[in-house]
Design a protein around this ligand. Structure first.
Ligand code: ARG
Length: 459
C-alpha cells in the first residue's frame, strides 16, 4: 500500500529493506516528549496567527496529550512503516481526533521538527550533565576538606616527585570537572535557538510567529537563517565534544582509583557498594566501576568521531545522513551521565588510607627538591650546584637503602661541608607541603582557600 503522508505521488509501497534502512522509530521514540511539546507550541501559534481555528488547535493539543499518555503508559502502537517519531505521533493523532490532525503540519516540515526536537533533547542532556558534574564536584570537595593536610606522593612519570596533599589532588579534579561544566553551559547557551518555522529549508509563506514558538519552548530566540536552522548539527557536535573531554577527565581519575585501590598502593579503599568480587578468587575486591568509567571514553569519543564524519561534506540543507546523529548522541549521553553518577558515588564513599599515603609520601626521596631549595636559600648555592649536591646525597642514600632524613649530618657534610642541622627540618614531608605556599600550591593553607572559593561559588 502507499503512504498516508505522501501517497499522492506514489503507486507502490516501500520494499521491506527500504523500510528497514529508513525507519528511525526504533531509536527516535526517545524524542516523543520534545516532539509533542513542539507540536503543541506550533498549533497554539498557528491559532493565534489565525492559520488554524481555536477549536482545531484545542483538539490537536488535547489529542497530543492523549498520545503522550499512551506512550508513557507503554501502549502506543509504534510502527516502522511510519518511519519516525514525527509521523508516528501525527498518525496516532489522526486516529484520535480525525480531520484537524491533518492541519497540524501547516507551515512546518519534519526537517525543522526534528531539528527542534533534537535540540530540546540535547539541551536537557546539557542540564543533566551540569547537574551530574556539580554532584561530583561536591563529592570531591568533601574528600578535599577531610584531607586538606594529609600528605601523599605527587608523581610525574608515575615516579615519586614531591609530596602533595590529598586535598590538593582532589582539588585538581575539581578544576577539571568545573571546566567541563562550563563547557556544557557554553554549549547550551549557543544551542538555545529555535529551528521551528524554518520549515523544509526556505521558511514559509504562512504568517507564522517564530518568536512565539521559540519563547514557548524556552529558546532564547529563533534561529536567524532557515537553511542553517535545518542543516546545523553543531549543537550535537559541541555536546559530544564536551562529553569527550569530560570522559577523558573521568577516565584519568578512574585510572588513578584503579591504581590506588591495588594491594601495592593501598591509597584508597573503595566501598563495597562500588566494588565487585571474583567468582574464583575469594580475596578479590575489584574496582569494576572505575574500570568501566576508564573505558567509556572509547564509545563517547567514537560517537563524536562518527557524527563529525557524518556531517563533513554534507551540502545544505537537510540530508537523510543526519538521521544518523541520534543514536550516537543518545549512547554518548547515556554513558556520560552514568559515568558521572558512578564516579560521584565512588568518590563519596571511598576511604583514603591516611597512614599508607603518608608512608608513601616520605619514600622515594620525595623531599630531594626541598633539600636543594634549602641549599640555595641557606648556603646561597646556585640552584644547579644545589641540584648536584642533592643528587650525590640521594645516590648515597639509595646505595645504603635508606631515605634522605636517615643520613647523618657527617654524611651530609662529606658532600658539602657547610650543611648544618637545620637541613633536617625540610626533609620532613609535612614541612615540605606546608612550604609550598605559592598561589595554587599544595600547602594545606592554599588548598583550604581553594576549597572555600569553590564552596562559595557552588552555593
Ligand atoms: N527521521 C528524520 C531524521 O531523523 C526526520 C527528518 C526527516 N526529513 C525528511 N525530509 N525525510 O532526520
Amino acid at each position: 500500500s502507499s503512504n498516508a503522508m505522501w501517497g499522492g505521488r506514489f503507486s507502490a509501497g516501500p520494499d521491506a529493506i527500504m523500510e528497514a534502512i529508513n525507519a528511525s522509530i526504533g531509536f527516535d521514540k526517545r524524542l516523543y516528549a520534545q516532539d509533542i511539546e513542539g507540536s503543541k507550541a506550533h498549533a497554539t501559534m498557528l491559532a493565534v496567527q489565525g492559520i488554524l481555528t481555536e477549536d482545531d488547535a484545542d483538539a490537536i493539543r488535547a489529542g497530543l496529550d492523549k498520545v503522550r499518555a499512551e506512550i508513557e503508559a507503554g501502549d502506543f502502537p509504534f510502527s516502522a512503516a511510519l518511519e519516525d517519531i514525527h509521523m508516528n505521533t501525527e498518525s496516532r493523532l489522526k486516529d484520535i481526533i480525525g480531520e484537524p490532525a491533518g492541519r497540524l503540519h501547516t507551515a512546518r516540515s519534519r526537517n525543522d521538527q526534528v531539528a527542534t526536537d533534537f535540540r530540546l533533547w540535547v539541551r536537557d542532556q546539557c542540564d543533566a550533565a551540569i547537574t551530574g558534574l556539580e554532584a561530583l564536584i561536591r563529592a570531591l570537595l568533601g574528600q578535599a576538606e577531610a584531607g586538606a593536610d594529609w600528605v601523599m606522593p605527587g608523581f610525574t612519570h608515575l615516579q615519586t616527585a614531591q609530596p602533595v596533599t590529598w586535598g590538593h589532588h582532589m582539588m585538581a579534579y575539581v578544576e577539571m570537572f568545573a571546566r567541563d561544566k562550563s563547557r556544557f553551559e557554553d554549549a547550551r547557551t549557543r544551542m538555545n535557538e529555535s529551528p521551528l518555522g524554518a520549515a523544509a529549508l526556505a521558511g514559509t509563506s504562512f504568517p507564522i510567529d517564530r518568536h512565539a514558538t521559540a519563547t514557548a519552548l524556552g529558546f532564547d530566540r529563533p534561529a536567524a537563517n532557515s537553511l542553517d536552522a535545518v542543516s546545523d548539527r553543531d549543537f550535537a557536535l559541541e555536546f559530544l565534544s564536551a562529553s569527550s573531554i569530560c570522559a577523558v577527565h573521568l577516565s584519568r581519575m578512574a585510572e588513578e582509583l584503579v591504581i590506588w585501590s591495588s594491594a601495592q598502593f593501598r591509597f584508597v579503599v573503595l566501598s563495597d557498594r562500588f566494588s565487585t568480587g571474583s567468582s574464583i578468587m575469594p580475596q578479590k575486591k575489584n574496582p569494576d566501576a572505575a574500570e568501566l568509567i576508564r573505558a567509556k571514553i572509547g564509545r563517547i569519543l567514537g560517537a563524536t568521531v562518527a557524527l563529525f564524519t557524518v556531517m563533513k561534506g554534507l551540502p545544505l540543507a537537510y540530508s537523510k545522513d543526519m538521521q544518523e546523529d541520534k543514536e550516537q548522541v543518545f549512547d554518548a549521553a547515556d554513558n556520560l551521565l552514568l559515568s558521572l553518577a558512578a564516579m560521584e558515588g565512588m568518590v563519596r564513599d571511598m576511604a583514603a588510607n591516611r597512614p599508607a599515603l603518608e608512608a608513601a609520601a616520605a619514600s622515594g626521596f620525595s623531599t630531594a627538591t626541598d633539600l636543594a631549595d634549602w641549599l640555595v636559600r641557606e648556603l646561597n648555592l646556585p640552584f644547579r650546584d644545589a641540584h648536584h649536591v642533592t643528587g650525590t646525597l640521594v645516590a648515597m642514600a639509595e646505595e645504603r637503602r635508606i631515605d634522605l632524613p636517615d643520613l647523618s649530618l657527617e654524611d651530609m657534610q662529606s658532600v658539602h661541608p657547610q650543611i648544618n642541622e637545620g637541613v633536617f627540618d625540610v626533609l620532613g614531608v609535612h614541612n615540605s607541603v606546608a612550604s609550598r605556599m605559592s598561589y595554587g600550591g599544595t600547602a594545606p593553607e592554599q588548598v583550604r582557600k581553594q576549597i572555600a572559593r569553590w564552596k562559595e561559588k557552588l552555593g
